[in-house]
Design a protein around this ligand. Structure first.
Ligand SMILES: [Zn+2]
Ligand SMILES: [Zn+2]
Length: 363
């Protein structure tokens, strides 16, 4: 089969590799119909994730069709269309029993395209299939559920739920990339009073308005703290999300918060940030961090089914799975291409307009 293989920092190829097979009785082999690329894949390609070794197939977000299951799999069968979560769950360890699958001790957690071969490929071996894949309702297209593999549950669980967004809240979101935009979509489920998006790029702020931000602030040209104070009678935001993953944005989120408010860190950090405990302790501020567990996938999928949540806005570019190399170029150059998520479509992608749109993008 063909797959996107990591060959060490800065190097990737669309290579012919061995077809995956069942190794453990709890495995399934799935044909990948629709996949996508994540900012984390770009971090791996930069060499920021040393646990990922050269030769690994990348990708941790996909929808596919089960081809084969091991003897220990009983809830999915060949022919089922399934969403694969970025986080796998052994279903047996202490953390899995608490629905904290991201911390799985039994060989799960974030493994796809990280510790084992991933999902930017024609086929994939999927461990712990009973606990780690979700059947897709027939009326939904691959693309409608694809972003449930990672960015929607990440922003919902680590942002909205950890930050305890409540009706009427002023929610400030620092960073309007895909994760910040997903935080806007999922925060809206709780009817906040106002959503404020903060970013350095006007194009991303434009997307933020499209996703439902009420106020946008370019903190390259405006004082974000002063604007948020002005909007909140000098108190600050009820909830602030950090959705970038650099020290400055975390420190800004902590400055935006009102006494008694909540800072929810969603970004993936590689460096230490300043924690101004001397200013925060007396203000009753709560700070949360987290890795996604994806326990909310079934709940979010029901919202998509009933038309209350529509993540299809994320799909800005579509490529045939065989063009994954060009899709990476487009995604990595988001500043110029305005790519949010690039959709990779296999020959069997379940999207009624897949072929027409693919042609349109190419034209
Ligand atoms: Zn991801
Ligand atoms: Zn586990």
């Amino acid at each position: 089969m063909k797959a996107l293989v990591y060959h060490g920092p800065g190097q990737r190829g669309w290579d012919t590799v061995d077809d995956p097979t069942i190794l453990d009785p709890t495995d399934a082999v799935v044909r990948i119909d629709t996949s996508t690329i994540c900012g984390t894949d770009l971090h791996i390609l930069k060499g920021d994730v040393p646990e990922t070794t050269p030769g690994t197939v990348l990708g941790h977000e996909a929808v596919g069709t089960v081809q084969e299951v091991g003897a220990g799999v009983s809830t999915v069968a060949p022919g089922d269309r399934v969403l694969m979560s970025c986080v796998s769950s052994c279903g047996r360890c202490r953390y899995c029993k608490e629905a904290r699958y991201g911390q799985c001790l039994g060989g799960g957690g974030w493994i796809f395209g990280h510790l084992i071969n991933g999902l930017q490929a024609e086929y994939a071996r999927v461990p712990f299939a009973d606990n780690s894949v979700y059947k897709v309702p027939e009326q939904l297209t691959d693309e409608q559920v694809l972003f449930l593999a990672d960015i929607l549950p990440t922003s919902f669980e680590v942002g909205v739920l950890n930050g305890m967004v409540s009706p009427g809240d002023t929610v400030a979101i620092v960073g309007a990339g895909p994760i910040g935009l997903a935080a806007i979509l999922t925060a809206r489920l709780y009817t906040p009073g106002r959503i404020v998006a903060i970013d350095l790029a006007d194009s991303r702020l434009q997307s933020a308005r499209r996703f439902g931000a009420d106020t946008t602030i370019n903190n390259g040209s405006e004082d974000a703290v002063a604007r948020v104070m002005e909007l909140t009678d000098g108190l600050g935001a009820d909830v602030a999300f950090e959705a970038v993953g650099v020290p400055q944005t975390f420190e800004l989120a902590a400055e935006l918060i009102r006494p008694g408010g909540r800072v929810a860190n969603i970004g993936v950090h590689g460096q230490s940030a300043q924690l101004h405990l001397e200013k925060l302790w007396i203000r009753d501020v709560t700070i949360t961090t987290g890795l996604v567990d994806t326990f909310s996938i079934p709940q979010l999928m029901r919202l998509i089914s009933s038309g209350r949540l529509d993540p299809s806005l994320f799909a800005t570019h579509r490529f045939a799975l065989g063009d994954t190399m060009s899709a990476y170029d487009t995604f990595a150059d988001a500043a110029n291409t305005n790519a949010l998520k690039v959709v990779l479509q296999g020959a069997n992608a379940n999207s009624p307009t897949a072929e027409a749109e693919r042609t349109a993008v190419v034209a």
